[in-house]
Design a protein around this ligand. Sequence first.
Ligand SMILES: [Cu+2]
Length: 462
Amino acid sequence: MTNTHSRRQFFAGAAASVAGLAVARSALAGLPEPVIQTSVETAPPLVPQTGRPYNPVVTLNGWTLPWRMNNGVKEFHLVAEPVVREVSPGFKVNMWGYNGQSPGPTIEVVEGDRVRIFVTNKLPEHTTIHWHGQRLPSGMDGVGGLTQRAIPVGKTYVYEFEARRPGTFMYHPHADEMVQMAMGMMGMWVTHPKAKHPHISEVDRDFCFLLNAFDVEPGSKTPKVNTMTDFNIWCWNSRVFPAIDTLNVRLNDRVRIRVGNLTMTNHPIHLHGHEFLVTGTDGGPTPPSTRWYEVTTDVAVGQMRQIELIADEEGDWALHCHKSHHTMNAMGHDVPTMIGVDHRGLVKKIQKVAPDYMLMGERGMADMGEMQMQIPDNTAPMMTGTGQFGPLDMGGMFTVFKVRKDQKPGDYKDPGPYKFPQGTVAYEWTGALPPTPRPAASSDKTPAAAKVVKPTAKGMSH
Ligand SMILES: [Cu+2]
């Protein structure tokens, strides 16, 4: 899932462009050169070369935007533009994003930093950027019509404010919001503390990702932008499992995971094998006396959550949204439940008149995980991903938290599948078995839907 060579190239390139801009003093009067990134790989942490030091984050399948220092001000250049995002291998979606990607790059600054962000609009319509959760002057809040004129097509606007409080934030348009967010316009913002903070611990690994969702009809390439709640592609940073990178940590690392939700529903994020504390919310770090241990935390629409844990159990641990239909990719939901219905012989008959007809699920849907059924071009299989023991029957908002004794400090590479110590994996009982007859067909011939429900003026009545 990672490629060290191109990571290094990207990293060297980014560092060089920052250094290069720092010496080209005469160029500082103009716009900072926009840095564009088209790789879907997780970029290594961008260690700050200028400004106050901090411990950088890693954005899953994303990257951090380099800046230039201009008279003590951190200058960034965001370009709002149409992009093509590979949601999973073989599944590319026309999105709108920033600097070559959806989501846009993570912006990392330090508490007290003066920040200047140039925003160039290369979209076919006007836009703005709202800096979700920040303390800032009202006129920098990015609400089109209310606090500024929306940025016209082809124009560049400047936002400038001080990053006043440390925490996890997001950015997104506040102009034609439904369309622009349905098209993938969003990004993460992390403000690191300027000094030791009583409510912010120093961690060994710091990950971040956005929850986002799209409605892409199987076989098409552009999200439907008028969808209100019925999204079908459930993403972390515009990727679906198994295309979401794993979170790779060393045994006993202190780990922070920052999650922001810009979908239109809530997501209970669940980690296996460990308890965690919610150490930060929308309002910043939480006082330690208010924290309690969880294994699932709900991230509501528009919210940010920071969770922290000590990774003290080796293994491959699932990390996923607990809504089971969010760990699946595009599928039709109007499929009748066929569990327990014996329809042997029926499919062949129907296929004579409708050759593509497929009846699924008389034993559940697990078979879908390994079925090599034909799917339309440019879509993601519904349930996919293969582990060392077989298919995972998963998609969407799912990845693996990999805890390894021999992962080197600062090494974020995927260590591969876990080598389970002998005798620690669930195993088959090979002794005598109790009889397991299949349930006999029911002798009860009474139709199940025997009650007649009649609509009345007041509603439904029996
Ligand atoms: Cu979810």
